[in-house]
Design a protein around this ligand. Structure first.
Ligand code: F6P
Length: 365
């Protein structure tokens, strides 16, 4: 006989950009919820859009068996942000309608709780829905590792492995051609992935959004390396990195300047600046969506499974309005208010920056 659970029926969705480990987390929630507590599980397709459009189905054990190692998400995802429509909408009618529909469908489906797997946006929406009276439990996923309230999000470790391998591979071709190689990694407005992959891959220069770079410092570092007999260099740049001049501009001016320069992304801008300042032959690589694809790393499987199982316990006890988290080596939970409407960036005094500098890496400042 199943153990007694406060939650009898819950809905589960994955929202925002996908990442490795989502299916492991779905399994981590659903297996104990079903096997141990006998809960009824409603799968919601394509994030919050599925709840809005009532695109749902009964999730059966065969749906969440054998998915531990699979990349992507069996539930599909979207970037639907129901509350965001409110600010774009002068009279709020679209946003009010969407939130109203979500609440209506939640009740019509007989849900006791909604489980949301996602990043900042997803957990913020979860928090706002909780304030509207729904029961919500969140799980932190993102390759960016930028969610406040958890030390680590699943997806990050897999992306770190992929990015590190890419940097490793750039080394040999950089050496063959005596080039400077600039590689751009994801991370949105945070530099976690670039910092960790840069250290793991032995990047010579690492550029983060949190530390606006000075092109002169970069150029001098490359020239010093060349003088000391090193014929190539690797520059790891976070997609949100910016120069110290750009940091002084407002968002609109920065966007206009980048459009005028015709640079699609920061790797190309930095590569061009390096060539201009040093005359060194420089190439740019934008790693892109490979960082989010494929099977999860072992660490992500472990983290996603642990966080999933912790979420099932919250459901069983009726502890709602919380996001499960990793706090040091302990799995716990925080109020959904903690991650809502915030971004966890790299603190300038983070030990990993000191580590990078200690082994001779230039941070562009
Ligand atoms: O949030 C994860 C992330 O991979 C970011 O690093 C990146 O900026 C963004 O998603 C791009 O995703 P999409 O094109 O799906 O919006």
């Amino acid at each position: 006989m199943a153990n007694v659970s406060v939650t009898k029926t819950f809905g589960i969705l994955t929202a925002g950009g996908d990442c490795p480990g989502l299916n492991a987390a779905i399994r981590g929630v659903c297996r104990p919820a079903y096997d141990r507590y006998g809960m009824r599980i409603i799968g919601i397709a394509n994030g919050y859009r599925g709840l809005l459009e009532n695109n749902t189905f009964l999730l059966k054990p065969e749906n969440f068996w054998g998915i531990l190692t699979r990349g992507g998400t069996i539930l599909g995802s979207s970037r639907e942000k129901p509350f965001k429509s409110r600010s774009k909408d002068t009279d709020n009618s679209l946003g009010e309608y969407k939130v109203g529909m979500i609440k209506e469908n939640y009740r019509a489906l007989g849900l006791d709780c909604l489980v949301v797997l996602g990043g900042n946006g997803t957990n913020t929406t979860g928090c706002l829905l909780a304030r509207e009276g729904l029961n919500v439990v969140g799980l932190p996923k993102t390759i960016d590792n930028d969610i406040v309230g958890t030390d680590l999000s699943f997806g990050f470790s897999s992306a770190l492995d992929i990015a590190t391998e890419a940097i490793d591979r750039l080394h040999s071709t950089a050496q063959s051609h005596s080039r400077v190689m600039v590689i751009e990694l994801m991370g949105h407005k945070a530099g976690w992935l670039a910092l960790y992959a840069g250290v793991a891959g032995g990047g010579d220069i690492i550029l983060l959004p949190e530390l606006p770079y000075d092109i002169n410092v970069i150029a001098r570092h490359l020239e010093d390396r060349a003088r000391s007999g090193k014929s190539f260099s690797i520059v790891v740049v976070a997609e949100g990195a910016l120069s110290k001049e750009e940091a002084l501009m407002d968002k609109k001016d920065r966007k206009r300047r980048r459009q005028e320069e015709g640079s699609p992304s920061v790797a190309y801008r930095v590569a061009r600046e390096i060539e201009r300042e040093t005359g060194m032959e420089t190439r740019a690589t934008v790693l892109g969506y490979t960082q989010r694809g494929g099977i999860p790393s072992a660490s992500d499987r472990v983290l996603a499974t642990s966080l999933g199982a912790a979420a099932a316990e919250l459901l069983a006890r009726g502890h709602y309005g919380r996001m499960v988290c990793l706090d040091g080596s302990r799995v716990g939970s925080v109020s959904l208010d903690v991650p809502a409407e915030k971004i966890k960036t790299v603190p300038p005094d983070h030990y990993m920056i000191d580590t990078a500098v200690a082994v001779g890496t230039c941070m562009g400042i």
